[in-house]
Design a protein around this ligand. Structure first.
Ligand code: CP
Ligand code: NVA
Length: 300
């Protein structure tokens, strides 16, 4: 019997966020808000399993996916590197075939984005990117929910991301533009995001922050970065700290966001991280609501 796709209908994957239409994104954010208000209202995953492959550490992504899948009536199968024959040379293709026959969807956190793409190319169930070196679209969904909760609407909102032009910045750029956000990304030379539609790039953190509705930052050294580059990264990125002085330049109502994990004193000051204007812990909670809505949409 062939081990290729058994269904004529192709699975819907979520690898970068660009797979969604603007209407679908809006529906997803609406559904996430509804699920947040009534977390046990849906049994969309009743007696079904979701495989969650973690080839890199995680706190928020793991616990929010696990808790969210249980709230939807499903079973999360957390698969760490040593759990899978992948670690002994089994191919991604064969892993995708087998997991697709047991799980309703597959999440993967890994380094190379191509790994997630290859898994998706062979899976017959939706594959969700739970972070790669290039993209972190689940994080961006939670970011948009948090901004919408604060400001009611996303259209025309000015968001300034200061720091490394990394996976988190890229996903915010892709999904933020789809939602009508005006994103400015301030990074030093050598750490810039590539030009994305609807995103303004600068090397001036103060210009980016000026009048913004929200300031956002992320770590200076990501999991996929060479640890040997840490010192040089800290040197280059230290003028891009999200602190009280930067927040002063933003709009009076501006909020501070961070995907976490944070390094207080580096990319964000402790005053901002634990201060009155942060929505960072709400943002971390919103991961669960976002991903529940995403699973429902992909499996509909
Ligand atoms: N923000 C985020 O993805 O956190 P974890 O690395 O802890 O999952
Ligand atoms: N840019 C960070 C995000 C962690 C959630 C990383 O990739 O390590």
């Amino acid at each position: 019997m062939p081990c290729g796709p058994r269904l004529l209908r192709l699975p819907r994957h979520f690898l970068t966020g660009a797979e969604l239409s603007a209407d679908e994104l809006r529906d997803l954010l609406d559904l996430a808000a509804a699920r947040k208000a009534r977390p046990l209202a849906s049994s969309a995953l009743e007696r079904r399993s979701v495989a969650l492959i973690f080839q890199a550490p995680s706190t928020r992504t793991r616990v929010s996916f696990e808790a969210g899948i249980v709230e939807l009536g499903g079973h999360p199968m957390v698969l760490r590197p040593d759990d899978l024959q992948l670690s002994r040379g089994e191919s991604l293709r064969d892993t995708a075939h087998v997991l697709s026959r047991h799980a309703a969807a597959i999440g993967i956190r890994t380094g190379p984005h191509e790994t997630a793409e290859e898994l998706a190319a062979h899976a017959t169930v939706p594959v969700i990117n739970m972070l790669t070196a290039l993209h972190h679209p689940c994080q961006a969904l939670a970011d948009l929910i948090t901004l919408r909760e604060e400001f009611g609407s996303l259209e025309g909102l000015k968001v300034a991301y200061v720091g490394d032009g990394n996976n988190v910045a890229r996903s915010l750029g892709i999904l933020g533009a789809m939602a009508g956000i005006q994103l400015r990304v301030a990074s030093p030379a050598g750490y810039s995001l590539e030009q994305l539609q609807g995103v303004t790039l600068t090397d001036d953190p103060r210009a980016a922050a000026e009048g913004a509705d929200a300031l956002y930052t992320d770590v200076w050294v990501s999991m996929s970065d060479d640890p040997a580059s840490a010192q040089e990264r800290r040197r280059a990125l230290s003028p891009y700290r999200l602190d009280e002085a930067l927040l002063e330049l933003a709009a009076p109502h501006a909020i501070a966001l961070h995907c976490l994990p944070a390094h207080p004193g580096d990319e964000i000051s402790a005053e901002v991280l634990y201060g009155a204007r942060q929505r960072i812990w709400e943002q971390a909670e919103n991961r669960r609501h976002a991903q529940k809505a995403l699973l429902e949409l992909l499996l509909a």
